[in-house]
Write a protein that binds this ligand. Structure first.
Ligand code: FES
Length: 84
């Protein structure tokens, strides 16, 4: 699917660039490297949406690999009145 008509940039090209990048990409990166949103700008919203979706899927994958953010620790036993 074409995202940027002016520069004939396909969704696949954007996703490949995102996948090959070791850091998160911004719209500026898409503009510099693919020409996305460098002319009429009508593609900006769609391109931004793609970047956001990929960032969210990376974040979810990282969460799944890292496990829960708050480990489940056993509750400390309540102090008994005799021990106080
Ligand atoms: S559609 Fe992308 S700059 Fe025009």
């Amino acid at each position: 699917m074409i995202v940027c008509v002016c520069r004939a940039v396909r969704e696949r090209e954007i996703l490949e660039l995102v996948e090959s990048s070791e850091r998160g990409l911004r719209m500026r990166d898409l503009r510099e490297r693919l020409g996305v949103s460098s002319e009429c700008g009508k593609c900006a919203r769609k391109a931004q949406c793609l970047l956001r979706q990929r960032a969210e899927s990376f974040a979810m994958a990282g969460t799944a690999l890292a496990g829960p953010t708050t480990p489940h620790e056993p509750l400390a036993p309540a102090a008994s009145p005799a021990a106080v």
